[in-house]
Design a protein. Structure first.
Length: 203
């Protein structure tokens, strides 16, 4: 379980940083939130995360566009049933395509656009945002994953300036794998923020 959580968390952070360097205004807004709430005299810590609402919106929007497990975990139907007019016999292997659900234009407004603000307005209904599944069979590591991804991403935003290596946008093509890695690994430039050098030197 820890191995699975490590891989999916790392993949999610890579997608999130890729999105942020392609959308510098979103990155600036996240940094402003961190500076306003946490300040520049200490490193962001786990108790800060629930109060960093825009950061949470960025993580949710990243998971919406690039769910770490796009087909979720396979399930098996326990009884004969009918879903959407289709007969599903008992024992059928079920794969839920979270990637397609999160990009469905009949469910999400402008579904392929990176727009963290959509989660500030309450558009994150549990029936349509399912990066960890739902109900009794949802991923048991969802809480830990959200904390780890949010904390790591917050620290990276708070402590470093991030830029693309060129004027071209970072390639957001999806690779092949169960956890949907990027087709091309992220390459970005970063340098410590001057305001945070003292805090970093004390670590």
């Amino acid at each position: 379980m820890l191995l699975a959580g490590t891989d999916t968390s790392a993949v999610t952070i890579e997608w999130a940083v890729s999105l942020l360097v392609n959308h510098p205004k979103v990155l600036e807004k996240a940094r402003a939130e961190l500076d306003s709430y946490v300040g520049q005299d200490r490193l962001v810590d786990e108790p800060d995360i629930p109060k960093l609402h825009y950061l949470q919106s960025i993580v949710n929007e990243t998971l919406r566009l690039f769910p770490a497990a796009p087909l979720l975990v396979p399930h098996q139907s326990s009884d004969n049933s009918t879903v959407g007019g289709f007969d599903v016999p008992r024992g059928t292997l079920l794969l839920v395509n979270a990637w397609a659900m999160h990009r469905d234009p009949t469910v999400w407004d402008d579904p392929t656009t990176f727009k963290p603000e959509r989660f500030e307005g309450g558009e994150n209904g549990a029936h349509k945002f399912v990066p960890f599944g739902m109900g009794r069979r949802r991923c048991p590591g969802a809480g830990l994953a959200n904390r780890m991804v949010s904390l790591a991403l917050a620290a990276m935003i708070q402590c470093f300036e991030w830029e693309r290596v060129s004027e071209e946008l970072v390639d957001m093509s999806e690779g092949v794998g169960l956890t949907m890695p990027k087709a091309l690994p992220l390459e970005a430039m970063c340098r410590p923020r001057e305001q945070m050098i003292r805090v970093l030197s004390e670590l």
